[in-house]
Design a protein around this ligand. Structure first.
Ligand code: GDP
Ligand code: MG
Length: 162
C-alpha cells in the first residue's frame, strides 16, 4: 500500500489548497467558510515517481463541540493512520492557542511532523515564519499553497520523511 501523508491544522489555513497543489488538480474543496471538509478525504498523489496517499482533513477549532468535535476526531484518526503528518499554520496569523494544543496532540502521536507556514505569499510574510520555531516542531517550511511558492521543496521533504 502507498504511504499516507495527513494534512492537518486549523480551519482556513489552506490545507485543501495545499492538497490540490500536491495532487496537481483542483479536487479538494477550497472554501472561505471554515468546516467544509468534514472527514478524511484520501487522494492519490505522486512526486518524483513515488506514489503516496495524501489525506485532507477538516480543521481543529477552539472548544470544539458536537459537529466540530466530530471533525476534530476524524483529523486525529488521520494522524494516527498517517506515516507522515503535515501540520499547516497560517503565517499571516501566526501560532494560535489552538495550534499549540494541536502540537501537544501531534507530540503524543509520535508521528513525524512537517511544519508548514502557509500563506507566505511574499518575502515579508516568509520572514514572519521564524516566530513558528516556538512551536517546537523544527524548521517551518514556508510555502504559498495558493501561488505554488515553496511547494516543490516541501514535497521533497515530505518524501524524505516517508
Ligand atoms: P482549509 O480550511 O485549511 O482547507 O483552507 P482552504 O484551502 O479551504 O483555504 C482557505 C482560504 O485560504 C481560501 O480562500 C484560500 O484561497 C486561501 N488560501 C489558501 N492558501 C493560501 C495562500 O498560500 N495564500 C493566500 N493568500 N491565501 C491562501
Ligand atoms: Mg479544507
Amino acid at each position: 500500500p502507498a504511504p499516507i501523508v495527513a494534512v492537518v491544522g486549523r480551519p482556513n489555513v489552506g490545507k485543501s489548497t495545499l492538497v490540490n497543489r500536491i495532487i496537481g488538480r483542483r479536487q479538494a474543496v477550497v472554501e472561505d467558510v471554515p468546516g467544509v471538509t468534514r472527514d478524511r478525504v484520501p487522494y492519490d498523489a505522486q512526486w518524483n515517481g513515488r506514489r503516496f496517499t495524501v489525506v485532507d482533513t477538516g480543521g481543529w477549532e477552539p472548544d470544539a463541540r458536537d459537529r466540530a468535535a466530530a471533525i476534530a476526531a476524524q483529523a486525529e484518526i488521520a494522524v494516527q493512520t498517517a506515516d507522515v503528518v503535515v501540520f499547516v499554520v497560517d503565517v499571516s496569523v501566526g501560532a494560535t492557542d489552538v495550534d499549540e494544543a494541536a502540537v501537544k496532540m501531534l507530540r503524543r502521536s509520535h508521528k513525524p511532523v512537517i511544519l508548514v507556514a502557509n500563506k507566505a505569499d511574499n518575502q515579508n510574510l516568509e520572514l514572519e515564519a521564524v516566530s513558528l520555531w516556538s512551536l517546537g516542531l523544527g524548521e517551518p517550511h514556508t510555502i504559498s499553497a495558493l501561488h505554488g511558492r515553496g511547494s516543490g521543496d516541501l514535497l521533497d521533504d515530505i518524501l524524505a520523511a516517508l
